[in-house]
Write a protein that binds this ligand. Structure first.
Ligand code: SF4
Length: 421
């Protein structure tokens, strides 16, 4: 397998099966993200998410953090790793942001790394997550997983970054960072990679070399020990059996190699039903225009909820609706997208992909809640809360005529058009 084939296989897998991949740190603006990322060095995201709500409540802005003392901030973050240093970094970082960057988190890596507590990895995270730059932050998971699969042959994070950036298409670099992290966090674990349930075995060098050998060998030893007595008896009966290697039973191998049978996870589904009156909505779109259901009376409204601007699945979905837009219009459909992203993010997304329809900024998730599309979903074996990709078609009378939960992102436009045949 060539390196290119390996990259293509892995990227295709993630693109199809993990279209949405994002940071697990909680934040609502660039200031909060940079603070959270600084805190997350050598610490788990889970721990950081436990301390930041209180910190952001009491220090909601760069100015507020700059005016604090590191001793005070220490009290908020004492349960994270290196709290002393991090408290100093945060206060100094906020002061430098005010002094040199007008209080705005810069978008260029060269500027970001000037900030106290911000190294190349943190700068890459901020640049990609906030500013959608094609930068690859290499942490311990990205480093390990890329090397194991054979995407990289790296001895340092910088080598890993350089090699990944060289081969991953630019539009996937930011998301690939999250794909690799999450894969390392939940499947390709540092000590015992869960190869038996890993979907990447076909492209993984580590697996090609080791397979499930180590685990099987382990079981062979156990089988030998537990059958010691029996083996001796057999040996006394026939010398030819002496040299016979212990055989792992078919059941033992099956146990090791079989994918665990877990109960099938069912993601949250809206409680609204076809025939229900569609909940009213009103919000600003990417152009600052107020869009409401009442204002679209007489049209068939395609109200589609998606997790996040600019992520692969949401981009495919938006572009598919864009490509069928004129045909949808001819059939009296008007398309309106909804996510929890803000107007600025929608504007960037819309400009980048020339989207001809409104994207509503539902930052307080009011519409999302009213349409009951926020709930448990599964990603890389992990269950968490998020926006469930769902499309409602609302007829001219304001009644829900269709609910699409099985959204085919690549051909969503055609999926809607098929409804009117
Ligand atoms: S096959 Fe194993 S080593 Fe390779 S990526 Fe998957 S879990 Fe990691």
């Amino acid at each position: 397998m060539t390196l290119k084939e390996r990259y293509n296989g892995v990227i295709d897998y993630f693109k199809t099966h993990v279209p949405v991949a994002e940071t697990e740190l909680h934040y609502t603006n660039p200031y909060e993200l940079i603070v959270a990322v600084i805190l997350s060095a050598q610490c788990t995201d889970k721990r950081i998410n436990q301390v930041t709500p209180k910190l952001f409540r009491d220090y909601p802005t760069v100015e507020a953090l700059a005016s604090a003392s590191s001793e005070t901030i220490f009290q908020y973050i004492r349960s994270v790793s290196y709290p002393n240093n991090k408290a100093k970094h945060l206060v100094n970082m906020a002061n430098m942001l005010l002094k040199d960057f007008n209080g705005i988190v810069p978008s260029e890596r060269e500027d970001l790394v000037k900030l106290p507590g911000v190294g190349r990895k943190t700068a890459n995270v901020v640049a990609s997550v906030i500013y959608d730059k094609p930068t690859m932050a290499v942490d311990t998971h990205v480093f390990r997983v890329s090397n194991r699969i054979g995407l990289t042959k790296a001895k340092t994070p910088l080598q890993s970054e350089t090699q990944l950036v060289k081969y991953i298409p630019e539009q996937y670099i930011a998301t690939a960072h999250h794909w690799l992290i999450l894969h390392g966090r939940y499947i390709c674990l540092a000590r015992t990679p869960k190869c038996e349930v890993c979907p990447l075995t076909k492209w993984c060098q580590y697996f090609q070399k080791n397979g499930l050998k180590s685990k099987i060998n382990l079981t062979m030893k156990k089988v030998t020990v537990t059958k010691k007595t029996t083996t001796k008896v057999v040996e006394n009966k026939t010398t030819t059996m002496k040299k016979a290697k212990p055989v792992v039973s078919a059941t033992a191998i099956k146990k090791i190699t079989a994918t665990p049978q877990k109960a099938k996870f069912k993601p949250h589904a809206t409680s609204l039903q076809v025939g229900d009156k569609a909940p009213a909505f009103k919000a600003k779109d990417q152009f600052g225009e107020v869009v409401s259901l009442a204002g679209l009376k007489g049209k068939q409204v395609v109200l589609y909820f998606y997790p996040k601007d600019n992520t692969p699945g949401c981009t495919l979905e938006a572009c598919s609706l864009r490509d069928e837009y004129q045909f949808l219009n001819k059939k009296n459909f008007v398309v309106v997208g909804v996510s929890a992203d803000d107007e600025k993010s929608h504007q960037k997304f819309s400009d980048k992909f020339q989207l001809p329809f409104s994207l509503l900024a539902d930052t307080d998730k009011k519409i999302i809640q009213d349409y009951d599309v926020f709930g448990k979903k599964q990603f890389m074996g992990r269950v968490f809360d998020g926006v469930i990709r769902t499309t409602f078609v609302i007829n001219e009378k304001g009644v829900i005529s269709h609910i699409i939960q099985d959204v085919k992102t690549k051909e969503h436009g055609k999926q809607i058009l098929a409804l009117s045949k």
